[in-house]
Design a protein around this ligand. Structure first.
Ligand code: ADP
Ligand code: MG
Length: 258
């Protein structure tokens, strides 16, 4: 199958540089730097409330978040002030932690709007639907309306496959997936990445979604800062020991900054 995504060359595709992000009320990210190379699998870990979804949302340019300093570069372009739809068109995809229900909008309408002009696209969608072990009838449903948690998460992955992004951010895609579904999704994402060279930034709380993937780099976000970076072994360590030691370090740092 022809490659529709990024090249496999390991050049920096995406970087967040000393990013500070605030909501209306307070600063959530206090100078975060993250780098993803083309085709890499990068994992973002961190306790609840660390700011992982905020970072992901800021990358997509979600409303309600303000970048007060720092910048985001994607594929050689500064996207810090770029509108949401342009970021998507540039090749950034986000699988949301809580996919929204959109009544009246059909799944197949959304997917066909994305790529109908690509030759063999309908067949491709049918193949991906099967790969994800989703019922073909899902394409006739309204977007996320009345779908199970697992179906919603798989549908996010189907949209990723349909869009062929250069960078896909998967925010807790594994939550809501049972053991078998997690394996199915992990395999599907692995095969898709091999085929398309898509870079992945995966936010997760358990390693199930990673079971079939090769992790290149791990960032641990604690209290809105990167507390630690490492390779795949760091995931095992955190699964065993938790985040507690790292949290302590970050609390000390934030006190210093007042
Ligand atoms: P994580 O995904 O790591 O669990 P989030 O990024 O969802 O964490 O949230 C980080 C912190 O920011 C939390 O304390 C959360 O309550 C807060 N937060 C997120 N979005 C908003 C918002 N729109 N307004 C105010 N606080 C927010
Ligand atoms: Mg989150």
């Amino acid at each position: 199958m022809k490659k529709r995504g990024a090249s496999l060359a390991r050049e920096t595709l995406f970087s967040v540089q000393d990013l500070h992000v605030t909501t209306e009320t307070r600063e959530i990210l206090h100078g975060v730097s993250v780098e993803v190379k083309a085709g890499e699998t990068v994992v973002l870990l961190g306790p609840n409330g660390a700011g992982k979804s905020t970072l992901a949302s800021a990358v997509m340019g979600a409303p309600g978040l303000k970048v007060t300093s720092g910048k985001m570069m994607f594929d050689g372009t500064d996207i810090t002030e770029m509108p949401v739809d342009e970021r998507a068109r540039a090749g950034i995809f986000m699988a949301w932690q809580a996919p929204v229900e959109i009544p009246g909008v059909n799944v197949s309408e959304v997917l066909l709007a994305v790529g109908e002009c690509v030759p063999g696209y309908r067949q491709l969608l049918a193949t991906y639907t099967k790969t994800l072990e989703l019922s073909p009838f899902i394409l006739q449903r309204e977007l996320n309306v009345g779908l199970s948690g697992g179906e919603k998460k798989k549908l996010e992955i189907l949209q990723m496959m349909a869009l062929a992004p250069k960078l896909a951010i998967l925010d807790e895609t594994d939550s809501g997936l049972d053991v078998d579904a997690a394996r199915t999704v992990s395999r599907a994402v692995r095969d898709y990445q091999k085929e398309q060279g898509t870079a992945l930034l995966i936010v997760t709380h358990n390693a199930r979604i990673l079971q079939e993937l090769t992790v290149d780099k791990v960032y641990v976000l604690v209290d809105g800062k990167v507390a630690k970076t490492g390779d795949g072994k760091l995931i095992e360590k955190i699964e065993k020991d938790g985040f507690s030691g790292m949290k302590l370090v970050m609390e000390d740092t934030s006190e210093e900054e007042g």
